[in-house]
Design a protein around this ligand. Structure first.
Ligand code: SF4
Length: 183
């Protein structure tokens, strides 16, 4: 009995081996999205680990971003944030205009970037002028304002965070400077 089964199995194997696997036309036409793409080596913008990335582009548009296997730092890997870099660039759901909700408002209104910058600068100046303390209650030199805080987002890169800290702490005397990635 065992010999018969072995012979049947061998016969099936030989038959399957001789017949070409059925592949649909669309499967034959399918290929990796990075095929024929230009590749640029860069560094993930997000944190000080400095993982290397490969950016694939076609006709000037990013089609893929992945870890660089040649990098001694990340050896082709990326953390979830770094792996989502292409979504930051090309996600169709990304907001690209300034949204403003006035006090007591219930809906978002669109504003220009210039309008938003002017308003932010005016309110920061006014609040700092009104709240600036050169010395605390014990006479210690503090040069600070406790009336303004800053919370950065996870998509701010190293250089942006450096400038934010320089401007807000050293420049304006803001004490409460944080980043969402640390919370
Ligand atoms: S992939 Fe992640 S760990 Fe690497 S640099 Fe980017 S944010 Fe940092």
């Amino acid at each position: 009995m065992a010999g018969v089964l072995r012979r049947i199995g061998r016969g099936i194997g030989e038959h399957v081996g001789r017949v070409p696997n059925p592949v649909s036309r669309s499967t034959r036409a399918a290929h990796a999205r990075v095929r024929d793409a230009d590749v640029t080596v860069t560094v993930c913008p997000y944190c000080a680990v400095g993982c290397s990335q490969l950016v694939h582009t076609k006709n000037g548009r990013i089609v893929n971003i992945e870890g660089n296997p040649a990098s001694p730092i990340n050896a082709g890997t990326l953390c979830p944030k770094g792996a989502a870099t292409s979504g930051l660039v090309s996600n169709p759901a990304r907001l690209t205009t300034v949204k403003y909700r006035p006090p007591h408002g219930t809906t978002w209104e669109e504003r220009t970037l210039e309008w938003a910058m002017d308003r932010i600068a005016r309110l920061v100046k006014q609040t700092r002028d009104d709240s600036y303390e050169e010395r605390d209650g014990d006479g210690n030199l503090v040069n600070r304002t406790l009336a303004i805080g800053h919370l950065g987002g996870a998509t701010l890169d190293n250089e942006e965070n450096y400038l934010i800290k320089k401007l807000f702490t050293a420049g304006l005397g803001i004490v409460a400077v944080e980043n969402q990635a640390r919370i």
